[in-house]
Design a binder for this molecule. Structure first.
Ligand code: AMP
Length: 221
């Protein structure tokens, strides 16, 4: 089972991915998390991509494709996986198609989360992420019990560098130019479902889950 979560930063893809992961027990591949970890660990890759990630620009396709290729060949991806934040360009989508064909698999469904500018900025500026386990909080809707501490693991909660207002604006511009064309791309392949991302997470997840049931994709768990 291969699912892609597509949408602007702040559409809540990460939160939905966590819910889906609990239900379907297939791993989340969030290229943004992998890149942030590489930066934190100061790996060779981390050093090369830091300037792009911190300024809200897209990391060049060749780095991202290498990450994805290595990740989906791992044992835990045999039953499928959820892409969060990938692909982000037509070029990545084309490369992914080739990669997936090569593995004799196919993309089952792409969920496109459409969100208004107001909601995106509200969500991103109130977002806090656990440095240790990646759990996502929102100071307004889903705050941690203790300020700056993760409920799950006690790790430190931070605001991502690229969630500051001026960088949000740049990320959205890039999203419109580079990533939005993927909506058309997957619509033409007849595998796209649109979800209103301004709604609460419960409503969004129910819509997604109902669609998976409708497509007969929940039985393959
Ligand atoms: P995210 O956590 O998905 O918002 O990603 C954070 C940042 O990581 C982005 O602003 C990009 O700099 C980089 N990034 C994540 N995924 C990709 C991708 N598929 N292609 C290029 N850059 C990416």
């Amino acid at each position: 089972m291969i699912i892609i979560l597509l949408g602007p930063p702040g559409a809540g893809k990460g939160t939905i991915a966590q819910e889906l992961n609990k239900k379907m027990e297939i791993p989340i591949i969030a290229t943004g998390d992998i890149l942030r970890n590489a930066i934190k660990e100061e790996t060779d890759l981390g050093k090369k991509v830091k300037k792009y990630v911190n300024s809200g620009k897209l990391v060049p396709d060749n780095y991202v494709m290498k990450i994805v290729e290595n990740r989906i060949r791992k044992e835990d991806c045999q039953r499928g996986f959820i892409f969060d934040g990938f692909p982000r360009t037509i070029h990545q989508a084309d490369d992914l198609d080739l990669l997936i064909k090569h593995l004799n698999k196919n993309i089952n469904q792409v969920f496109y989360f459409e969100a208004s500018y107001k909601v995106i900025v509200e969500r991103l500026s109130a977002r806090r992420v656990c440095l240790q386990c990646g759990t996502i909080y929102n100071l307004n809707y889903n705050p941690p019990d203790i300020i700056d501490k993760c409920n799950q693991c006690g790790g430190e909660l931070i605001q991502r560098d690229d969630d500051k207002e001026e960088t949000i604006r740049r990320r959205l511009e890039i999203y419109h130019k580079e990533t939005l064309p993927l909506v058309d791309y997957y619509q033409k392949k007849n595998i796209l479902t649109k979800i209103d991302a301004d709604q609460d997470v419960e409503v969004r997840f129910k819509k997604l889950w109902d669609r998976l049931i409708e497509l007969g994709l929940t039985e393959s768990k």
